[in-house]
Structure formats: structure tokens, C-alpha cells
Design a protein around this ligand. Sequence first.
Ligand SMILES: Cc1cc2nc3c(=O)[nH]c(=O)nc-3n(C[C@H](O)[C@H](O)[C@H](O)COP(=O)(O)OP(=O)(O)OC[C@H]3O[C@@H](n4cnc5c(N)ncnc54)[C@H](O)[C@@H]3O)c2cc1C
Length: 459
Amino acid sequence: MAEYDFDLFTIGAGSGGTRAARIAAGHGARVAVAEERYLGGTCVNVGCVPKKLLVYASHFAEDFEDAGGFGWSVGERRHDWPRLIAHKNEEIARLNGVYRRLLEGAGARIFDARAELVDQHTIRVDGQTVTAERILVATGGWPTVPEFPGSDLVINSNDAFFLDDLPERIVIVGGGYIAVEFAGIFSGLGAKVTQLYRGPLFLRGFDDDVRETLAEEMIKKGVDLRFNSVVECVTKTDGGSLLVDLADKETIEADLVMYATGRHPNTAGLGLEAAGVTLDDKGFIVVDDDWRTSVESIFSIGDCTNTIQLTPVAIKEGHILADRLFGPKGRAMDYDAVPSAVFSQPSIGTVGLTEAAARARYTRIDIYKSAFRPMKHTLSGRDERTLMKLVVDRDTDRVVGAHMIGPEAGEIIQGLAVAMKAGATKADFDATVGIHPTSAEEFVTMREPEPEPAQEAAE
Ligand SMILES: Cc1cc2nc3c(=O)[nH]c(=O)nc-3n(C[C@H](O)[C@H](O)[C@H](O)COP(=O)(O)OP(=O)(O)OC[C@H]3O[C@@H](n4cnc5c(N)ncnc54)[C@H](O)[C@@H]3O)c2cc1C
């Protein structure tokens, strides 16, 4: 008889946990997965997937307007938020079913319940105690709303996916990608949106040109963007609206206030400390290069560790870990040049180093930039610009960063990410024939680097 009930027990069936469980079971391991809330985790239920569906919904507003320039007359337009949410919920329920079938089909046992660690090999789940040779903690993260007077009156990104109605006036607090995406969603669907961010410019960590361009474009689209803006308190009026008091003494009246001010790891109350698992000062599980925690038999991947918080990263970590534990070894996780997109309006795609990061790392870099009005808007008349940018290490000619803001930026940057992984040089980009007429072809037709910034040229 086996010493343990399972070879692998995975806590959390999100992006990372599901992949690890599926691959491990495929290698013949006896696998169990516990999921306390929803199969597919954050991405499927309150993240990437529903968000992108809402982005599609909101973009129709501009598409209808743009159609006029192409000869279309579009009649009366009205948006039905409850219908959108009902359709979105149906799609998510379908995906939950797909996840269940994938796991069960691979031979994993699912516990639809919360799991907690008892010790290094023991888990408490669904009123019973089970044992496993190895345990994988893939419990993800949760939105953080700071404590302040009135914080109980605000919603987070999880709640935003299940609103009964679309409020007329919405204040969004935060400067990360989730905040700008929701600003675009709500604004496109017709709400009056004010976005508040306490720093001088949102999307810290993205390329500065991209950040500035997005701010300009969002303002053009009617989002009331306020930087260096700090909320002091939120109160409710007798009439039911919310008053957001800012540190500069201004008050904004709104029907809904959403906080998108970061996320924290889902690691409290899991029994981690009792099992001897070390957490860092922010509550992330500390792991080594093999995703092993301070306890030999316990591993952790995804958003509950201090990794890049993206679904494909969690998935790849889960896949490689399962291979290493139960299948062919060899593949290493490469965290360099992980591409990502922001589904803002217009959208952003980015891979590699920003201009600022490249200047800090390399002695000499060249910047290639192209800013233009996309062809579609010559007839639509829309005043929206696209920006593309390449960052090149002059000494090796390697392209070390590619950034774009404009329609389908994520779709375009994904291909460039492959080229960059393969070590493409600017000469390789130049040798590539463009696809005409596209925006993407600009990436292979930029010939002249930008002039050196003044202080560098003077050195
Ligand atoms: C609004 C939003 C938009 C996003 N958009 C994108 C995007 O466009 N692209 C992208 O790549 N990433 C996006 N992300 C990030 C992405 O969703 C996460 O990086 C990804 O889901 C992390 O996967 P994970 O497996 O680590 O955790 P999760 O997917 O969070 O899964 C963890 C699971 O563990 C379960 N769980 C927790 N504790 C227990 C317990 N004790 N017992 C049982 N189950 C438990 C949770 O219920 C959850 O289902 C977005 C996130 C948000 C919030």
C-alpha cells in the first residue's frame, strides 16, 4: 500500500494549479486538487477572460461611431449591462466546466472545498484529512483595498464583474493595468469615469512614451484623469451617492467607487506557518529556482509567490514543475522578456526593456519610434494615434525592447516576443519584409534612430 493518499495535492485550481495537476496526472501521478471558489481561478472568473469580454463590449461604442466614415448609418444605440453580464456569466460557467473536464479527464480528483495544511504531508479538506508525498500551493492573490474612512463603501475588481447595473458616475482609484482597463471599459459603456492615481503618471514600469500616450488618448476619450491625487475619505449622502474627498480639498460625487490598488497573496490562514513554510514580509511564499519552499515536500507557484503576476507565467511554472517532479526533466523557466498586454483603450503590448531600463543597463542604446494615425482612422476621422518603439543595444545590435500602443498591440507584440527570444538584431528586423498595409509593418520599416537625448549627446 502506498505511503501517502496522493503523489501530489494541489491547493488552488487557478491558472498554475490546474496546469500542474493536469500535467502531473498525465505523467501517471496520483493527483488531487482542492478549489474553494471557482475552477480556473482568477483569470477565468474575475480576471483576464471576463475583463477582455467587457473590453470588447465597450469598444463597440467607438466602432459604431467609426462606421459612419465608411458609409454606414447606425441607428439608435443602447447598451444593456445586465444582458452583457448574463452572457459573460454563461461563458465563464462553460469555461468552469471545461476546467472540470480537463482535470477529471487527466485523472485528477477534485475537492470542491477549501484546503489547509496540517503538516508537511497532511492536508485538511472537506472535513477529512488526506496525505500527499508532495503538496503544491497555488492559491493566487486577492485585491487589496487600503483601510481608510469609507473603505467599506468601495468595491474591488472582483465586485466590478458582477454589478447589477452600470452606474452613471464612477471613480476608479489606482494606477496599475487593472485600473486603466476598467476606466476604458466603464467609459466606453457610457459612464462618466474619473481615474485617480496618487503618483505623477500611471502604469509604473511601462515605457514612458507609452504611458504618456495612453494618458493623452484616455483624456481624448473623455476619462477624467487625475494624477497626484490622494483620496482622504469616502462618504455616502442621504440620496445614496458617494462623495470622494481628495487631499487637495476637492470633492468628487459618484455612484460607484472602485479601488484597483494592487493585490496581495492568498496565503493567510492556510496553515503554512504551522507546516514550516517561510513567507516574506509581504506574505508571499518564498521559493527556490525549483519552486520548492522552505519545506522539502511543499512547492508553490503563481501569484502567491513573488513572481511576474500573469496567467501564462503561472501556467508555465506549473507545467515545468510537474514535468520536473513526475516526467521528463530539462526545461527551464525563463523570466526574461516576458511579453504582456494592457487591454486599455487603445491597448498596449510590451516586451523586454523600457527605454529607461535599457539606458540604465547598457552604455549605448538606439531608440526607433514611429507615431502615426492608423489607416482605419483616415476614414473614421477618429483622432487616435498609434505609437511603436524599438529599443536596441547599439553594441550588439540586439533588439532589447519593443513597445506599442494602438489597436491589437498584444497580438502584434506576441510575434515580436518570439523574435526577441531568438536573439533578433535590428538588422534582422530590417531584413524582414513587412506585411502591407498593416500597422505591424512599422516594426520592420523604422530606419532612423531618434536623436540622442540632450545630456547624453553633450557627454
Ligand atoms: C482584473 C484582472 C485582470 C487580469 N488580466 C490579466 C491578463 O489580461 N493577462 C494575464 O496574463 N493575467 C491577468 N491577470 C492576472 C492573472 O489572473 C493571474 O496572474 C493568474 O490568475 C495567477 O494564477 P494562479 O494560479 O497563481 O492563481 P489564481 O488564478 O488566482 O488561482 C488561485 C486559486 O486558488 C484558490 N484557493 C485559494 N486558497 C485556497 C484554499 N485554501 N483552498 C482551495 N482553493 C484555494 C482560489 O479560489 C483560486 O481559484 C489579471 C488579474 C486580474 C485580477
